[in-house]
Write a protein that binds this ligand. Structure first.
Ligand code: SF4
Length: 431
């Protein structure tokens, strides 16, 4: 098994901001616990009486201090274990973040979580220069994977329709190309992708059992190209020309936004996420869509109102458009959007779930900008918040949320939401 980098240029290096050490509940294995216990931390006064681990639901996690930071995070925002014993002495989950290894047939794709600020800002060395490290992590996974896990079949397109891995990669490449098309505003790029998916969902690729008629390999690439051209003809140029999503679509959407924006633990936990009663009340408020937005994440402004999410941002800067395109192309090219890294969604539904993160991030960016952030900073923060949940928040893998996504896609609301929340307004004269 090899690890491959992605065609899209994505850079990253850790800049020791300490965000991940304050944000995540990091699981530790029995071996890792033994290793850390043998490191002698109890000799330092700041560890007197402080447990290194907490147990929740039968699993052990690194403990956190009252300020939300990991118990091993030093005042210089550096990991004490790393500083004293080197990277290899840390739990694997800490070492690997924000890398993602996505199984792709006979190799792993190296993906990245843009929840990390350095990844969102594209700061550091190209991922292609970091393959040696990623190979080390892949070796751990390969050693611990159950037999058969690594030669699993590709994710289905939908239902039982399965194409070989090479064809899944062809689809990903065609989608990534549409998302990279600088001639379109970013929201139209996604509308074109959704048009192609809607058409291809109706197609049969197996040729009815006749291999000569099967749409695979070069034929599939040709079909994807033709569909992309058709999407360019069919999709309205301007977002304003697309019908506004209806009340039902926006209600379902807000409930999904509530999941994409939330932070349930760590220093960025929202006050509305503290305790089941508050969480339930926050869900009710998101469904109603009136009044102030419950603080499901600490970054949300105190006085944000649902009405703020309906007011367009000014035209997106080149920097924001480039961040959004890079974010989604990393998810597409790595194949994180489907299969085991996205709650076992098929290819089409996985792409639809990724499409939904765009209006979700833009809704959030509007709310963050209304609280005083500059538009670029709001878009970046929103993308990080949404990416933190994408593929990781188990609620997004629940039958209820998968059903909600299907409803939005089948009613045509997904493309309308992309246009409605992706539309921007030119700056006011004199602004
Ligand atoms: S969030 Fe990213 S940059 Fe910050 S400490 Fe973690 S890996 Fe490093």
């Amino acid at each position: 098994m090899q690890v491959r980098s992605l065609p899209v240029l994505q850079n990253w290096d850790c800049h020791s901001c300490g965000d991940c050490c304050r944000s995540y509940a990091v699981p530790v294995t029995a071996d890792e616990r033994r290793r850390i216990e043998a490191q002698g931390w109890e000799k330092l006064p700041e560890f007197a009486g402080v447990p290194y681990f907490v147990k929740r639901g039968g699993e052990f996690y690194l403990n956190h201090r009252a300020d939300g930071g990991c118990v091993f995070l030093g005042p210089d925002k550096l990991c004490r274990i790393h500083g004293t014993f080197g990277s290899a002495a840390k739990p694997l989950a800490c070492r690997i973040y924000p890398f993602l290894l996505v199984p792709a047939g006979d190799h792993w794709n190296l993906g990245l979580r843009l929840a990390c600020p350095s990844a969102a800002d594209n700061k550091g060395r190209p991922l292609s220069e970091q393959l040696h490290e990623a190979r080390e992590y892949a070796a751990f996974f390969e050693a611990s994977a159950a037999p058969g896990a690594l030669d699993a079949p590709p994710p289905p397109l939908q239902g039982r329709q399965v194409l070989p891995w090479g064809d899944v990669a062809r689809i990903a490449a065609a989608v990534s190309k549409l998302l990279a098309d600088d001639d379109d505003p970013f929201e139209r790029r996604w509308r074109k992708v959704l048009f192609v998916i809607t058409m291809l969902k109706k197609a049969k690729f197996d040729g009815g059992g006749d291999p000569k008629k099967a749409v695979t390999g070069g034929r599939l690439s040709e079909l994807l190209h033709v569909m992309g051209e058709a999407a360019d003809d069919e999709e309205p140029e301007a977002a304003d020309a697309v019908t506004r999503p209806g009340w039902a679509g926006r209600t379902v959407f807000r409930q999904l936004v509530a999941v994409f924006s939330r932070k349930d633990h760590g220093a960025e936990q929202g006050t509305a996420q503290r305790g089941p009663a508050r969480r339930l009340w926050a869900a009710v408020r998101f469904a109603s869509g009136r009044g102030t937005v419950p603080k499901v994440h600490a970054a949300l402004p105190d006085a944000a109102r649902f009405a703020d999410g309906e007011r367009p941002l000014p035209d997106l800067s080149a920097a924001s458009t480039s961040l959004l395109a890079r974010w989604h192309r990393v998810k597409v090219e790595s194949l994180q959007f489907c299969g085991p890294t996205n709650f076992r969604l098929g290819v089409w539904e996985g792409l639809e779930s990724l499409a939904l993160t765009f209006p979700a991030a833009m809704w959030l960016a509007r709310v963050l900008a209304a609280g005083g952030r500059a538009a670029d900073a709001a878009v970046s923060q929103a993308a990080r918040m949404v990416d933190d949940n994408f593929g990781f928040n188990p609620l997004l893998g629940s039958a209820r949320q998968k059903f909600a996504l299907r409803v939005l896609a089948n009613r045509g609301d997904l493309a309308r939401l992309v246009a409605w929340y992706g539309r921007t307004a030119p700056p006011a004269p004199g602004a």
